[in-house]
Ligand binder design. Structure first.
Ligand code: F6P
Length: 334
């Protein structure tokens, strides 16, 4: 068993955990890991409902190992989640601090994305409550971890859906534009696109052009493709998926084009094995990190090791898209 350093010096007696921002499959597994690790080290653990809103309102409940039974396999978050507007105000954070004082909360574990981490960082700077971030978002756009909790499940959900679209696209010789989630990031688009043999993949990290897309369609015609799928990230800057489909129809009037937006199905469902294991590692790593005196950091998994990245860095920097993968997708599409 791992020996925890400086436990008494760090003096963590009570922690609180919340899920914030867009929910992601595996958040429950992370919560379970936080609660059970805290219990293992005899630390009180409070669960906060509906993100920072619950902290402000005092919607907080004591959690023990049995409060998190049967949730490792559940999608969503039993704590519920929110993007709290009130926590963005100094008044909201003051109320949240008062609740922390009332309950004797020494540290906050925040499971969420970069918006949630920004809130945690400001809260720490203003009131000194220790904070640790756990990256939970399907977008995989957080620096300091190879994968975020929920990304693998969302990717597989997108892949399954696009596989089904391929069946009907092939049967009708159609062109499908499929939008996948990713407000600012193309990880889901690029990887689900490769996994489903998309003709083209449009992502915000690359400068796309309609001309490039049209020449890809022309090449596809030349090599004898009768149907195709173009995967488009939600954050694609070239235009909305409807604009892209419309412009393509104008250029290729004979094409039978359909648009599918996968939307929030990508956020739901039982977490994959990879997400459950990742979430278990990160939830454990968050509590152990706090016991080791870490503060204002995000716990991540990099090359199969638990790592800690300053929360500021995790917010500011972004995971880079693998340029090589873009090239591979182009080569394999023809
Ligand atoms: O950040 C996760 C995410 O699913 C993005 O991919 C998407 O743009 C956004 O959340 C959608 O947010 P909401 O559920 O608030 O519409």
């Amino acid at each position: 068993m791992k020996k925890i350093k400086n436990m008494s010096e760090n003096n963590i007696k009570s922690i609180a955990v919340l899920t914030s921002g867009g929910d992601a499959p595996g958040m429950n597994a992370a919560l379970r890991a936080v609660v059970r690790t805290a219990n293992h080290f005899n630390i009180n653990c409070y669960g906060i409902r509906e993100g920072y809103n619950g902290l402000i309102a005092g919607d907080v409940t004591k959690m023990g190992p049995r409060s998190v039974k049967n949730i490792i396999n559940q999608g969503g978050t039993i704590l519920k989640s929110a993007r709290s507007k009130e926590f963005m105000t100094p008044e909201g954070r003051r109320k949240a601090f008062e609740q922390c004082q009332k309950l004797g909360i020494d540290a906050l574990v925040c499971i969420g994305g970069d918006g949630s981490f920004t809130g945690a960082k400001v809260f720490n700077e203003e009131y000194g409550i220790r904070v640790i971030g756990v990256p939970g978002t399907i977008d995989n756009d957080i620096f300091g971890t190879d994968n975020t909790i929920g990304y693998d499940t969302a990717l597989n959900t997108a892949m399954d859906a696009i596989d089904k679209i391929r069946d009907t696209a092939t049967s009708h010789n159609r062109v499908f534009f499929v939008e996948v989630m990713g407000r600012d990031a193309g990880f889901i688009a690029l990887n689900s696109g490769i996994a489903t043999g998309a003709l083209d993949i449009l992502i915000p990290e690359r400068k796309d052009s309609m001309e490039d897309l049209f020449s890809t369609f022309r090449m596809a015609e030349k090599v004898g493709k009768s149907s195709s799928i173009v995967v488009v990230a939600e954050g694609e800057e070239l235009g909305s998926i409807y604009d892209l489909a419309k412009a393509t129809k104008e250029e290729f009037p004979t094409y039978d084009i359909r648009v599918t937006i996968l939307g929030h199905i990508q956020r739901g469902g039982s977490p994959s094995c990879a997400d459950r294991v990742l979430a278990s590692n990160l939830g454990y790593g968050a509590v152990v990190g706090l016991l080791e005196g870490k503060n204002k950091v995000m716990v991540g998994m990099q090359s199969n090791k638990i790592t800690y990245t300053p929360i500021e860095e995790a917010i500011k920097k972004h995971n880079e898209i693998d340029k090589n993968l873009i090239q591979i997708s182009e080569i394999l599409a023809m």
